[in-house]
Every structure is written in C-alpha cells, then in structure tokens.
Design a protein. Structure first.
Length: 475
C-alpha cells in the first residue's frame, strides 16, 4: 500500500496548529483589545462566541463540500479565508468589524480542519493510521497549551494585533503548499444537500454553545439561556429523527454510529474531551486567584502539559502494538482521571516540581488517550463512508472541546454558590471540587471501552491476541 507523503501530513498538522492556537491565544488579549475598542472586556466575548457558533454550524457539511468541489480546492480556500480574515481581525477598529471577521474566520476553520483530516484518512492505509493520527493530533494539543502563555507574552511585550498577524506567514505558506502538494480528490457519489438536517443540527449545536457560554458567564441570568438550551436539545432530537429517515445522505451519520468503535468517539470520548479541556481553564484561574501568581507565570505552569504531550508521541505506536486499543483506553483512561484527582492536592505550599510532575503525567496520558480514541474511531470505517463519518465526528469533537470552558465555569459557579459565597471570588476548595467532578466525567471512554472486543481495531493497532493451543488426545 502507498504510504501517505510525510510532507502532506506535516502541512495538515501545521494547519491544525494554526487553527487551535488562534482559538486559545485570544483569551489573554481580551483586556487589551477591549481598551483598544473602548468597550468592556466582557463585551468581547461575542467575538469568541461568534467564532465557535460558526464552527458548530458549518463543520458538519465539510465532508459534503469536499466531495462536491474537491479536497484541494476546499482545503486551500479554507486556509486562504482563515488567513485573510486573520489579517482583517488584526486591523479591526470596532467590535462590529472584529465580530464579522471572526465569523468569516470561523467559516474558514470549519472547512480547514475537518477536510485536512479527511485528506489524511483517505490516503492512509489502516496499518499506518495510528501514526498519521498521532502526527496531526499532537500539534493541535500543543497549541491548546501554548496559546495562553504565548498570548500573555505577545500582549505584554507587543500588542494584541500580533496575535492575528502571527497567522499570516503560516497561512500564506500553507496555502501555496496545499495547491502544490494535495490532489483535488472528488468522490463519485453525488447526493442532494440535506437542508432539513443541516438547519436542525445547526440550531442544536449553535444554540447549545450560546446557552452554555451564557450560563458560564457572569451573573445569574438562568431563564433565557436555559430555554435556549432546551430548544437546542429538542432541535438535536429532531435532527436525529430526520437523519433516521434518510440515513444514507444525512449529515448525522446514523450508519457509522452502529459501529462500536466509532460510537465510542461520539459518546464516551465527548465526555472525556469536555473534562480534559476544563483543566487548562481552571488551573490558571486557581494559580492567579488563589496562589496570587501573574497571568504569565500561571500560563508557564501549563508548559508541563505540553512536555507531556510531546513525550508520548514517540511511544504511542509501540504501546498500541503491545497492548491494543481496549486495554489502553481502560488503563490509560483511568490514569488520566487519577492525574486529575492529583490536581486536587495542589495548594500554595505545594513544591513547584510536584505541580510540574502532576501536569506532565496528565499531559502524557491525555495525549495517549486522544490519539487512541481518534484512531480507533476510523479503524472500521469503510472508504465510502469516510467523508460523512469524518464530518460528523469533527463537529462533535469541536462542540465538546468548545463546551469545555463553559462547563468548567458553570461547575465552578454552582460549587461556589453551594458553599454560600460569590462565584466572582472562588476559593481553593471550589477549584478542587470542580476538578474532582471533571475527573469523574473523564472516565467516559473507560466505561465505553469495557464493551469492546479485545481485538477491536487490531488491523490498525497491529495488536493481535495470542492464540490458545488446544492439545488433542488421540482416541
């Protein structure tokens, strides 16, 4: 079988890094941007929310668009849109201009990451899939960790505009290389656009993101966001019902959900993604509010997560071959939850070296779990279903990761109010109990994996169960 060109995989990994970095680096620049726009910092949340809403709406149709117009055309166009809108975000003078450009940027991101992953999946044989997934997953995880400290450094020593200008050289190079290196593959399958599912799923995903963002924000305005959340969940149920009527063409991939290895990536893995994305949000807050550290110093602690992510990249293939998906997801998933529980012992007197060791362990194990879950999800998907399965999974992945901060904020607020004090100044035990709840949520893939056969994904992992030799006595 033909091995996927390493330069194409590297190009797509670079696009993943750019998109994920852009989504996290902006958070530390909000106060400076607010002063530049002459508004309150809280008002700038609309820029972040608009970006997430655009991703939630358009990611599900990425596979259909790639099949219709060609993977190279869509991927290169997405990079171009994302890069150009980054420039326009950097030169925006008002909140309205900035929000509009973030919506355009979200449109580019919605096509760029899922179509890039689809290109890798279509050109990678099953026995090389784990290596390819690890290669494109690691930069994205790295960007999530590097974003806050890098954003703090840029805004402290330069200006917020450079957060967006940082994308320009990366995006320009990626655009040219995409045109040169990637084939413009189109599938022979042509089916009409599923408008009903698109509208219902768009209302469900965007409404959920919006409601959770509002519930996790300042104040206690519950009724409005709660009603929106209820309408979103109802819309999601209707989208599933509509998909069941036309399973072969719907954006909600009901057919792939019947495969256990793929279903795990939708159900248990979503709980895991929400839980682990909460930690990079809660820990810097705890370091600043309770420990009294600066934003930059608290962000530096998260570099231990990056080091853990990096360390596991070299071992994931060998570990998969030795133990297989099922055993790793159960054992390693339990260690991830345990490492989150260890974060509950961190206090102002904890030696920094111990804090770094705990975060390093968590980073290494979460990287292993992410790679295994993502690889396993595609291990039994046939080529003719790959486009729809990837589009649906990409939407669920983005939605669950995007909800992490909102879930963390809501959990922290509820715990603070249960303790009888304001959520504006949470206490150390509030953070510890919120992290403890997230550690329980992170066990989702562990519970899902118990029902998997021992040889699940063996063609991809290279792990095979030893055959039992039965001695037959001659009659």
């Amino acid at each position: 079988m033909k091995r996927p060109p390493i330069y194409v995989t590297t190009l797509i990994a670079g696009a993943f890094f750019m998109e994920n970095l852009d989504g996290t680096i902006i958070a530390t620049a909000l106060p400076q941007m607010a002063r530049s726009f002459h508004i309150g910092a809280v008002n700038l949340n609309i820029g972040m929310t608009a970006y997430l809403l655009t991703l939630a709406v358009f990611i599900p149709i990425s596979g259909w668009v790639a099949d219709r117009f060609g993977s190279r055309s869509v991927f290169a166009s997405a990079i171009g849109i994302f890069t150009l809108s980054s420039l326009l975000c950097g030169v925006a003078h008002t909140l309205t201009q900035f929000t509009l450009m973030r919506i355009v940027q979200g449109l580019g991101g919605a096509m760029m990451v899922p179509v890039g992953r689809l290109i890798v999946l279509r050109n990678t044989p099953k026995d090389k899939l784990a290596l390819a997934i690890a290669y494109i997953t690691w930069p994205g995880l790295t960007a999530l960790v590097l974003g806050p400290p890098l954003g703090g450094f840029i805004t402290t020593y330069f200006s917020w505009h450079w957060i967006f200008f940082l994308n320009l050289p990366i995006g320009a190079a990626a655009f040219v290389l995409a045109l040169l290196w990637i084939e413009n593959v189109r599938t022979g399958e042509q089916h009409p656009f599923d408008w009903l599912t698109f509208i219902l799923a768009g209302i469900a995903s965007s409404g959920t993101v919006f409601a959770m963002e509002k519930l996790g924000g300042e104040g206690m305005h519950w009724p409005g966001p709660t009603i929106i959340l209820a309408i979103s969940l109802l819309s999601g149920l209707l989208a599933v019902a509509a998909a069941r009527r036309k399973p072969a063409t719907s954006f909600v991939d009901i057919e792939s959900l019947r495969i256990k290895t793929y279903a795990l990536s939708i159900y248990g893995a979503s709980a895991f993604r929400i839980a682990v994305s909460v930690l990079p949000f809660l820990l810097p807050l705890m370091f600043q509010i309770v420990f009294g550290l600066s934003a930059f110093r608290s962000g530096l602690y998260l570099l231990a997560l990056f080091a853990g992510d990096f360390s596991m990249k070299a071992f994931v293939i060998q570990v998969l071959r030795r133990f297989g998906f099922r055993r790793i997801l159960i054992v390693n998933g339990t260690i991830v939850a345990a490492s989150m529980v260890l974060c509950c012992i961190i206090n102002p007197s904890t030696p920094p070296i111990l804090v770094l060791a705990i975060l390093f362990l968590h980073g290494a194990c979460r990287s292993m779990e992410f790679t295994c879950m993502t690889t396993l999800s595609y291990s039994e998907i046939t080529p003719d279903h790959m486009s729809r399965a990837n589009g649906f999974l990409s939407a669920v992945m983005q939605l669950s990761l995007g909800l992490g901060i909102a879930v963390g904020a809501i959990t922290l607020r509820l715990i603070a109010h249960a303790h009888g004090h304001s959520a504006a100044v949470p206490q150390l035990r509030d953070f510890h109990q919120a992290i403890l709840l997230m550690s329980a949520l992170s066990l989702g893939p562990v519970l899902n994996s118990i029902g998997l056969p021992p040889n699940a994904g063996a063609a991809t992992s290279g792990h095979h169960q030893p055959k039992l030799e039965v001695e037959v006595n001659p009659a």
